[in-house]
Ligand binder design. Structure first.
Ligand code: PRT
Ligand code: MG
Length: 214
């Protein structure tokens, strides 16, 4: 591919990336929500988009299957970031990563007495580091989705998950008891591509940088 390939996930990242693409003069020729195509052209013959699962974006960019991509900090921390240049925090798809427990569970008391608790999460690495830094002993249970269910059916005492409005926690009678970090999406660029395709990539990176909303 002589042009550039940008990896994006459907949903909120795609939606919130559209204004950044527009600032770089890039307009997708199809909407991935309605199209089943995984490779989408743009108004620019030298720019194409590949539609991947959010958690797979860093992998496509790391191996150079995409030259650049947009991924949440949550996803990047779990991936590790190897082979990726991360020039910009785009300040999109904002949320926070938090610990939540069922309304009846006294998290503060459990922390206080050094209880060993079971925590279900998709974010094993980040959760491990968080609880280790607090000196807490936890058994981590890896899940791939619907973390909110785990404490309701006795799979775990607590969860580590992303929260934005808090509506999902409220609907499931869970309380946010600790914020671990704030999350937003970053631009990631393949390090080799940055050198080999600098003339094509640099203007896109600069246009994105100029379009970031505070
Ligand atoms: O959905 P899929 O399984 O394909 O993958 P994904 O969930 O990883 O992707 P997607 O598109 O849902 O999220 C992509 C990125 O958006 C994530 O990696 C985050 O960086 C970011 N983001 C921002 C969020 C949220 N806000 C968010 N609220 N990702 C997920 N959520 C979920 C959260 O996990 C919880 O289930 O929304 C629910 C909570 O939302 P509220 O508004 O009810 O608090
Ligand atoms: Mg999702």
């Amino acid at each position: 591919m002589t042009g550039i390939t940008l990896a994006l996930s459907k949903g909120r990242i795609f939606e919130e990336t559209l204004p950044l693409l527009a600032a770089a003069g890039i307009e997708p020729s199809e909407n991935p929500e309605s199209s089943r195509k995984l490779i989408i052209g743009t108004n620019r013959p030298d720019v194409r988009l590949v539609i991947v699962r959010a958690t797979d974006t860093p992998t496509y960019v790391q191996y150079g299957a995409a030259d650049l991509g947009i991924a949440g900090k949550d996803v990047l921390l779990e991936h590790g970031g190897g082979g990726l240049y991360q020039p910009l925090d785009l300040n999109i798809a904002r949320c926070r990563m938090s610990v939540a427990v069922p309304a009846g569970f006294d998290y503060a008391a459990a922390v206080q007495r050094g209880a060993r608790i079971r925590v279900a999460t998709k974010y094993i690495k980040t959760a491990r580091e968080h609880f280790a830094a607090k000196g807490m002993h936890v058994d981590l249970i890896k899940l791939y989705g619907s973390m909110e269910l785990a404490p309701l059916v006795g799979l775990a005492d607590a969860i580590v998950d992303l929260v934005s409005t808090g509506g999902t926690l409220r609907a499931n009678n869970l309380l946010e008891v600790e914020e671990i970090m704030s999350i937003s999406s970053r631009l990631v660029v393949n390090q080799a591509a940055l050198k080999l395709k600098r003339d094509l990539l640099q203007p896109v990176i600069e246009a994105f940088a100029g379009a970031i909303k505070p």
